[in-house]
Design a protein around this ligand. Structure first.
Ligand code: PLP
Length: 340
């Protein structure tokens, strides 16, 4: 099987398993796990923040940011197709009791003007804006990168209105490798930043939330309430430390393979592929008589796994466990199904 459903399908490499096996551990909820501590310090350093906190998942870290920054009954500005809106199963309303204000964009990329227009004026009757959340890279927009200048402009708008900013940076590593802009420069535009280890970096588990020490102290209590406290989590943090040192730069290979897939499909009548900026390829079906579920099913029969993203859109994501030959085989399978 060539599995392009997500960059979460990767399995730890032998070297990562060795790092896991060697991990020095302790009870992290008592502050005793040295490997978790080192991971949190390393990620805080990479993101230019005072502190970071290790979470079992990106969703839990994202929700924690909402619980820290956005009081119940307030409104959080997000892009309409953001992960918060479409893929967290209503968690923002369930846990944080906030309302999401989706801002529509043609390409998933918020702008400072659009954000400012969505900020509510003071009113006794309307929900009040408490937080702006941006996603970089933007998953549903095909891994698009929100440019640093745009994030800086959104930060200026937030400052003018006294609002905090959260960055859902599940794939911030990809944005940084693709642009050459250090993660810390993107992170400097946000109060809290969520990054994930279990996507392109290839770890089995783990995400982190970073921000000020005071914010992370509050986040610690919320993680506890959500049931996210862990014990000898150094087993997992060791994978994260390994991946940060050894798997970040190689994300460029995933980006090259995503471009390779798009190039191979450029001349395939019946599909349209926007050249990807990072590791996510969105394949639009522009031929009659074929929809995304049918294409995904036919590809699975040919040993290629992809995801239905919309009725006529299929998503393919490149990652550590696929190579150039896999990409060429996937492109041939897609052309075969669409052509015939
Ligand atoms: C943009 C974005 N944010 C958050 C998440 C949530 O991460 P997790 O699945 O680790 O909870 C994902 C996962 O795909 C994502 O793509």
């Amino acid at each position: 099987m060539i599995d392009l459903r997500s960059d979460t399908v990767t399995r730890p490499t032998p070297a990562m398993r060795e790092a896991i096996a060697r991990a020095e551990v302790g009870d992290d909820s008592l502050g005793d796990d040295p490997t978790v501590r080192r991971l949190e310090e390393r990620v805080a350093e990479l993101l230019g923040k005072e502190a970071a906190l290790f979470f079992p998942s990106g969703v839990m870290a994202n929700e924690t940011a909402l619980l820290v920054l956005a009081p119940p009954g307030t409104e959080v500005i997000v892009e309409t197709t953001s992960h918060f809106v479409d893929w967290e199963d209503g968690a923002p309303s369930h846990w944080a009791g906030v309302q999401l204000r989706g801002v529509a964009t043609p390409d998933g990329l918020l702008t400072a003007e659009l954000v400012e227009a969505a900020i509510r004026a003071p009113s006794r009757f309307q929900p009040q804006t408490s937080l702006i959340s941006v996603e970089n890279t933007h998953n549903a927009a095909g891994g698009r990168i929100l440019p640093l200048e745009t994030m800086q402009a959104i930060r200026r708008v937030a400052d003018r209105h006294g609002l905090p900013v959260h960055l859902d940076g599940a794939r911030l590593w990809n944005a940084s490798v693709a642009t050459g802009v250090p993660e810390a420069e993107f992170a400097a535009t946000a109060d809290t930043v969520m990054v994930t280890l279990s996507k392109g970096l290839g770890c089995p588990v783990g995400s982190l939330l970073a921000g000020t020490r005071e914010t992370m102290d509050r986040a610690w209590r919320i993680r506890r309430r959500l049931g996210g406290n862990m014990r000898q989590a150094g087993i997992l943090a060791a994978a994260g430390l390994y991946a940060i040192e050894h798997h970040r730069a190689r994300l460029a290979d995933d980006h090259a393979r995503a471009r390779r897939l798009a190039e191979r499909l450029a001349d395939t009548a019946g599909v349209r592929v926007v050249p990807p900026e990072t590791n996510i390829v969105m394949i639009e079906i522009v031929r009659d008589g074929l929809d995304a579920p049918a294409l995904v099913a036919a590809l699975a029969e040919r040993g290629v796994r992809t995801t239905v993203f919309a009725p006529r859109r299929v998503r393919a994501i490149t990652h550590m466990d696929v190579d150039d030959d896999d990409i060429d085989a996937a492109a041939r399978a897609i052309a075969e199904v669409v052509g015939g």
